[in-house]
Design a protein around this ligand. Structure first.
Ligand SMILES: Nc1ncnc2c1ncn2[C@@H]1O[C@H](COP(=O)(O)OP(=O)(O)OP(=O)(O)O)[C@@H](O)[C@H]1O
Length: 611
C-alpha cells in the first residue's frame, strides 16, 4: 500500500489528471418493491417447470424439518418414553429416519433446481441487456466507456445470481419456517415463547441500522470496478501509444491507485457485511440463555414437561437459522437493488433514433439522396451542420471535402441515421429516413471507414460480415475484384487465417482492402467511403482506384477524402466549412472558381512538389 502510494507521489499531477473516465454515479434509491417485482418478472418463463418443482421440494423439506422436533420432543419423549411404549418408540424412530431421508432427497433437488433456475435467469437478463444495449443509438455510446457498459452486462447481472439461485426460494422456505416455528412454539408454551421473542426487536434494529451502510458500500465497489475496467480497456487498446511514449510507469501508477481503491472499498463493504452474522449469532446466544433460564423455571414449576423443553431447544436452534439467512438475503437484496437499478437504467434507455410504428420498408433502393435545410448538433450546444441542401441522384458519386471538423462525417452519419437531424429532412428515394425501417435503411448502405474494424475470426468470416449467406467462392471473388487476394494468399492459412479482434496481424492498408471486399460483397445501393483510401500508399492507390471504380459502379457513392486526387472524377464535389457548404461543382468548375477547393488542391500539389 505504502509502496503504491510512493509510486503515485513521484508522478506529475498533470499526468494523473489525464485519466478521467465517464464514471458510474451511485444511484441512490430506497429499497423498492416495484423494482423487485420487475426483477421477479424474469422468473416468468420458469413458472411452469423449474419454479414449481423447486417450490415443491422446498416445501417438502421445510415441512419435514418443522415436524421432526415435534416428533422427537413431544411424541418420543413425552408419549413413547414417558409411557414406556416400546412399539410406538420403534415406529416413531423409523418414521424420523424415513423423514430425514426424504428431507435429504428433497434438499438435493432443491439445490440442483434452484441453481439451475438462478443460472437460467442470469442468462436471460444478460441476453436481454445485451440485445437492448446493442439496439441503442450512437449518442448512448458517445457518453459511456466500453468498460462501464461491460460492468453492467457482466458484474451487475452476476451479482443478481445469489438472489435468484438461493435467495428467493430460501425466502419462501425461511418465511414458512419462521411462521411455522412461531405457531408451534406458541401452541407448546405461550409464556416461554414470549420470553424468547424478546430478542426480535434487537434483530430488527440490527438489520435496519446496517442497511443503508451496506448498500452504499457495495455501490461504491461497483463504481471503482467500472473505473478499473475503463482504464484497463483503454490501456490495452492504446498499449502501443503508451509504450512508444514510455508512459507505462504513469499508467501503472494510475492502475495501482484504482486497484488499491477497489481493494479498500471491497474490504470496507466486506467489513460492513460481515457484521450481520455475528450479530445474529449474538442474539442467538442471548435467546439460548433466556430459554435455559426461563425454561428450567417452568419445568420446576411443572408448567411444561421435559419433552416440550427439548422441542423448544430444537426449534430455537432452527429459529435463528432462517433469521440469519433472512439477514443474508437482505444483503443480497440490497446488492440486487443496487445492481438492478443500474441494469434497469440501461434497459429504460430508449434509442433516440427510434423507428416509427409501421415504418416504410425500403425495397429495390435506387439510391436517391436529398438533404433539405438540414441543421444538426450532437450536443445541442455546438452546431455541426448548418442549412445543408444537397442532392445525389441514383448512381452518382459525390465527394465531401473540407477542413478537419467541418462536418463531412456528420453528413454520412445522418444518411445512415446514426443520429436524427435537429431540423430539416434527409430523404432516401423520397422517403424521410425517420419513416424508414432502420434495418432496410442500413442494409442498403455500406460504410467503409479509415479505422476498419476487424472482428476476431478468419479473414473469410471478416469479409463475409456484410452478407452472412455469401459462399466461399463469392467471398474470394470479392477479394480478387478488390485486389486483396494477393496478400491474403500469402498469409499462413490464406483465407482461413485467424485474426484477432482489431486485426493486429494486418497492416492498416490490408485491413482497408478487407473492408473494401466486405463492402463489395455486401453489394449495397449506397456506399460511403469515409477517408477510406487514406491509409493506402500511392502505388496501391492506383490498384485501389481500379477497384474503386468497380466498387462504385451502379451505386450512389459519397466519398469523404482529404487526399483530393481520389475524388477528381466525382460528379459533384461539396466543399464544407464549419458545417456549411461553401462551394459545389465538379473538379473543373471548382478549379475555375479559384475558391477554397482551388486553394486546397494547389496546397496539396505544392506539398507533393516539396516531397
Ligand atoms: N459524437 C460526437 N459528439 C459531439 N460532437 C461531435 C461528435 N462527432 C463529431 N462532433 C463534432 O462535430 C463537428 C463535425 O465533425 P465531423 O466528424 O463531421 O468532421 P469531419 O469534417 O468529418 O472531420 P475529419 O475530417 O477530421 O474527419 C466537429 O466539430 C466535431 O467536434
Amino acid at each position: 500500500m505504502s509502496k503504491q502510494g510512493n509510486h503515485r507521489n513521484n508522478i506529475n499531477p498533470n499526468v494523473m489528471n489525464r485519466f478521467r473516465y465517464s464514471q458510474e454515479t451511485a444511484i441512490e434509491k430506497p429499497f423498492n418493491w416495484k423494482q423487485l417485482v420487475r426483477l421477479l418478472q424474469y422468473l416468468k418463463p420458469y413458472s411452469k417447470n423449474l419454479l414449481p418443482k423447486s417450490i415443491i421440494v422446498v416445501l417438502i423439506n421445510t415441512v419435514i424439518r418443522l415436524a421432526i422436533p415435534l416428533i422427537i420432543g413431544y411424541l418420543i419423549l413425552e408419549k413413547a418414553i414417558y409411557n414406556k411404549d416400546a412399539d410406538l418408540l420403534v415406529q416413531l424412530i423409523v418414521l424420523v429416519g424415513a423423514l430425514y431421508l426424504i428431507a435429504y432427497i428433497a434438499n438435493y433437488y432443491r439445490i440442483r433446481w434452484t441453481h439451475q433456475l438462478g443460472q437460467n435467469v442470469i442468462y436471460d437478463i444478460r441476453k436481454h441487456l445485451f440485445t437492448h444495449v446493442q439496439g441503442l443509438s450512437n449518442n448512448f455510446f458517445d457518453n459511456r466507456s466500453a468498460g462501464s457498459i461491460l460492468v453492467r452486462i457482466m458484474n451487475d447481472t452476476g451479482s443478481l445470481q445469489d438472489l435468484f439461485t438461493s435467495g428467493i426460494i430460501n425466502l419462501l422456505m425461511d418465511m414458512i419456517m419462521l411462521v411455522g416455528i412461531i405457531v408451534i412454539l406458541f401452541s407448546l408454551s405461550p409464556m416461554l415463547t414470549i420470553a424468547v421473542m424478546i430478542i426480535l426487536p434487537l434483530m430488527f434494529f440490527i438489520t435496519t441500522k446496517l442497511r443503508r451502510n451496506i448498500r452504499r458500500s457495495w455501490q461504491d465497489v461497483l463504481i471503482v470496478q467500472s473505473k478499473l475496467n475503463s482504464h484497463l480497456n483503454e490501456s490495452l487498446q492504446g498499449i502501443r501509444v503508451t509504450q512508444s511514449f514510455t508512459q507505462e510507469r504513469e499508467n501503472m501508477a494510475f492502475f495501482d491507485g484504482i486497484n488499491t481503491d477497489t481493494l479498500e472499498r471491497f474490504r470496507y463493504a466486506i467489513k460492513k457485511n460481515s457484521m450481520f452474522r455475528p450479530l445474529v449469532e449474538l442474539t442467538n446466544a442471548i435467546g439460548t440463555i433466556v430459554l435455559i433460564w426461563f425454561g428450567v423455571k417452568l419445568i420446576q414449576s411443572g408448567d411444561i414437561g421435559i419433552g416440550i423443553f427439548v422441542s423448544f431447544a430444537f426449534y430455537l436452534g432452527m429459529f435463528w437459522e432462517p433469521i440469519s439467512r433472512l439477514g443474508q438475503l437482505y444483503n443480497q437484496l440490497l446488492m440486487a437493488m443496487a445492481s438492478s437499478e443500474r441494469i434497469f437504467e440501461y434497459l429504460d434507455e430508449r434509442p433516440i433514433v427510434a423507428e416509427i410504428k409501421n415504418p416504410v420498408e425500403l425495397k429495390n433502393v435506387e439510391g436517391h439522396i436529398q438533404f433539405k435545410d438540414v441543421n444538426f448538433s450532437y450536443d445541442n450546444k455546438r452546431t455541426a451542420l448548418k442549412g445543408i441542401n444537397l442532392e445525389i441522384k441514383p448512381g452518382q458519386t459525390i465527394a465531401l471535402v473540407g477542413h478537419t471538423g467541418s462536418g463531412k462525417t456528420t453528413i454520412a452519419n445522418l444518411i445512415s441515421r446514426f443520429y436524427d437531424v435537429t431540423s430539416g429532412t434527409v430523404l432516401i428515394d423520397g422517403h424521410d429516413v425517420r419513416d424508414v425501417s432502420l434495418k432496410s435503411l442500413r442494409s442498403s448502405i455500406s460504410i467503409v471507414l479509415q479505422e476498419t474494424f476487424i472482428f476476431s475470426g478468419t479473414i473469410m468470416e471478416n469479409i463475409r460480415f456484410g452478407r452472412p449467406d455469401a459462399t466461399d467462392d463469392e467471398v474470394i471473388a470479392a477479394a480478387k475484384a478488390i485486389g486483396a487476394d494477393s496478400f491474403i494468399e500469402k498469409l499462413p492459412h490464406g483465407y482461413e487465417t485467424e485474426v484477432e479482434e482489431r486485426g493486429n496481424i494486418l497492416s492498416v492498408g490490408e485491413r482497408q482492402l478487407i473492408s473494401f471486399a466486405r463492402a463489395l460483397l455486401a453489394d449495397p445501393k449506397i456506399l460511403i467511403l469515409d477517408e477510406a483510401t487514406a491509409s493506402i500508399d500511392t502505388e496501391s492507390e492506383v490498384k485501389i482506384q481500379n477497384a474503386l471504380r468497380k466498387l462504385l459502379k451502379g451505386r450512389t457513392s459519397i466519398i469523404i477524402a482529404h487526399r483530393l486526387s481520389t475524388i477528381r472524377d466525382s460528379d459533384c464535389i461539396y466543399v464544407l466549412d464549419h458545417g456549411k457548404i461553401i462551394e459545389q461543382g465538379n473538379h473543373d468548375e471548382l478549379m475555375e472558381q479559384r475558391g477554397e477547393y482551388y486553394k486546397l488542391t494547389t496546397a496539396q500539389f505544392k506539398m507533393l512538389d516539396v516531397v
